[in-house]
Write a protein that binds this ligand. Structure first.
Ligand code: ADP
Ligand code: MG
Length: 610
């Protein structure tokens, strides 16, 4: 009887390996650029057509290969980067598995042309579906050119998973950007269907970041540089005003390799606790260096994940390095400290400002909200001594805030709904409206309520022909990730339907000419960023409409004042009236409750009257 088990032919094992390494055109480009960088290239250009489906070409000026090495490079487990198992403990190159080239060549029509120094002619090898078809001498510049045509032509299942050309080229742009940030000393260029997506010359990290994340964003970054015996952490981090709705602008590199590691990301987010709102992510480019033996990169074929020998030491070093910078609140140096939104009563306002200024000087990191509402106990002792006694603090620190107009007994208008029928008592902490309804105390979260009203209005507008749009007086540009730009390409008409007029403005820049009217007075650019981040996250097959409610909720959220905001009685009543006018649900668009009722009986129980 013939054995049941057979060793698979190499062609097949390469195809299987390709399943892990070659997920989409962007992953091919990642492997090829990493090879170029390992070969010492200082000038790398990427060209794709149809999102990489038709053609991917990476050209470098690295050290190239001899004819013999070029042939060997296409064999499985053939690498020039390690020789023995002890080398695995100290990997300094980006590659080492010797898998990428044979894997890519097994699922495409592949051509490798390469020339090394000292050789008069280059070698050109053509491979089809993993079989070498032709080997020739060729004339070419020093370096290597790899062309990958018709990727997945022989693996139809994979082909089906390819997204639209715009989406795929978006991913390619993101991969090139990540690698470009990792090596400012090399020049990169990326062309998609003859359109230049990215072109960066050799420079330093700061300039490279401004080319990749945008000049405006880069101007708001603060340097990190911390070195302990074991780990060094350097790079740039953003302050509280430069945030994104997803982690896409967190670039972290371990020993020069881009990683998407949970430990690293957790350390970053821990450092930002209290500095940025929950659900927001900073812009960060961090380079973490540690002895090669301390980190295992051989965890996954794509090498995006790593394992640390001393995980908590690395975590704490990253967190401490970031906290050291954030604690100094470097963003306060260039901007005036935000003062309370509510204008503070005269006698103590000055003292309060002085205290805050002193606190800022003492380099105290203030969590965002506390920048406005500094509790005395959070001030450093040294400042405490110099400053006014606690009793002189303005009423901001007292929990019940006074309405900014003197309280007048409410003049009720004819009630035409539950909310309008409520008697407004006042405002609590500039965040909640307190009302009375018979023997009930009704507490309304003014932010959630305004958001709900805005959301219902937007929904209504959507149903009757489209969200009202407002042209910006001066169109603004916004720099995005390439996936986000690709989302605009896919959903331009739909975006216009919800009030956004966006046009490509070269590379990863967009021109924003109009935004939803309801949100026009707020930070329109931040809204555009958030909406596009949401869109970039959805698959090609998902319809825009699946996400519509979420997007409208986002616009609604941007259209209303966040956090504390003193309201006049008139404004509170207006809000209550609008709540009745809209088809109102008892929750904000995110599902949080809008109002809460405390009955007299409940209060009496608290006060032990019953
Ligand atoms: P690995 O990078 O893990 O070694 P690859 O399959 O990606 O495996 O590449 C195999 C070998 O081919 C590399 O070790 C390297 O010697 C050579 N090689 C690949 N790409 C280039 C390039 N652009 N320039 C010079 N040599 C290259
Ligand atoms: Mg490689």
């Amino acid at each position: 009887m013939s054995p049941r088990i057979a060793i698979l032919p190499e062609n097949l094992t390469n195809k299987i390996a390709a399943g892990e390494v070659v997920e989409r055109p962007a992953s091919v480009i990642k492997e090829l650029i990493e090879n170029s960088l390992d070969a010492g290239a200082t000038d790398i250009s990427v060209e794709i057509t149809a999102g990489g489906r038709r053609l991917i070409r990476v050209t470098d000026n690295g050290h190239g290969m001899s004819r013999e090495d070029a042939l060997l490079s296409l064999e499985r487990h053939a690498t020039s980067k390690i020789r023995s198992d002890s080398d695995l403990d100290g990997i300094l190159t980006l590659g080492f598995r010797g898998e990428a080239l044979p894997s890519i060549a097994s699922v495409s029509r592949f051509c490798l042309a390469t020339r090394e120094a000292g050789s008069l002619e280059g070698t050109k090898i053509t491979v089809e579906g993993g079989r070498v078809r032709d080997v020739q001498a060729c004339g070419m510049a020093l370096g290597t050119v790899i062309s990958v045509e018709q990727i997945f032509f022989n693996t139809p299942a994979r082909l089906k998973f390819m997204k639209s050309p715009e989406t795929e080229s978006g991913h390619v742009g993101d991969v090139v950007s990540r690698l470009a940030v990792s090596r400012p000393d090399a020049a990169f260029c990326c062309i998609s269907d003859s359109r230049e997506m990215l072109r960066v010359q050799r420079s330093d990290l700061q300039r490279r970041l401004s080319q990749v994340v945008g000049k405006d964003s880069a101007a708001q970054l603060h340097p990190v540089d911390s070195c302990s015996e074991y780990v060094s952490v350097s790079g740039f981090v953003s302050g509280p005003s430069l945030v994104r709705s997803g982690p896409q602008a967190i670039y972290t590199y371990i020993n020069g390799r881009f990683v998407r590691d949970k430990v690293v990301q957790h350390a970053v987010m821990q450092a930002y606790r209290g500095v940025i709102d929950r659900g927001r992510y900073p812009v960060v480019a961090l380079f973490i260096q540690l002895p090669a033996g301390e980190v295992d990169v051989n965890v996954h074929p794509t090498k995006h994940e790593v394992r640390f020998r001393r995980q908590s030491a690395v975590h704490d070093a990253i967190q401490a390095a970031l906290e050291e910078v954030l604690r100094l609140s470097p963003w306060l140096a260039s901007k005036p400290l935000p003062l309370p939104a509510q204008s503070s009563p005269a006698p103590t306002g000055q003292a309060y400002r002085e205290r805050i200024a002193a606190a800022a000087q003492a380099s105290l990191a203030l969590p965002r909200r506390e920048q406005q509402y500094q509790q005395p106990s959070a001030l450093p002792v040294a400042v405490e001594k110099k400053s006014a006694p606690v009793s002189e603090l303005p009423p901001h620190v007292v929990t019940v805030s006074e309405p900014s107009v003197p309280f007048q007994p409410e003049q009720k208008t004819p009630a035409d709904g539950y909310f309008s029928s409520l008697t407004v008592i006042g405002q609590f902490h500039s965040e909640y409206i307190l009302c009375q309804s018979g023997t009930d105390l009704v507490i309304i979260d003014q932010h959630a309520a305004s958001e709900r009203v805005a959301y219902q209005r937007l929904k209504q507008q959507c149903l009757s022909g489209g969200v009202e749009s407002q042209r910006l007086l001066f169109p603004e540009t916004v720099e995005l990730s390439f996936s986000e730009v690709a989302a605009v390409g896919r959903f331009r008409p739909e975006l216009a339907g919800i009030g956004f007029e966006l046009e490509p403005f070269g590379g990863n820049t967009l021109l924003v000419s109009a935004v939803p009217r309801l949100a026009a007075e707020k930070d329109a650019i931040r809204l555009v960023r958030d909406i596009l981040a949401d869109l970039a996250g959805i698959g090609a097959s998902a319809a825009f409409n699946d996400l519509l409610d979420e997007l409208l909720a986002r616009i609604a959220c941007h259209s209303v004042v966040r956090g504390v905001h003193a309201l006049e009685i008139r404004q509170m009543r207006e809000l209550l009236r609008s709540m009745d006018e809209t088809e109102f649900a008892a929750s904000c668009p995110h599902g949080r409750p809008v109002s809460h009722v405390v009955t007299l009986a409940e209060l009496e129980k608290i006060f032990k009257r019953t």
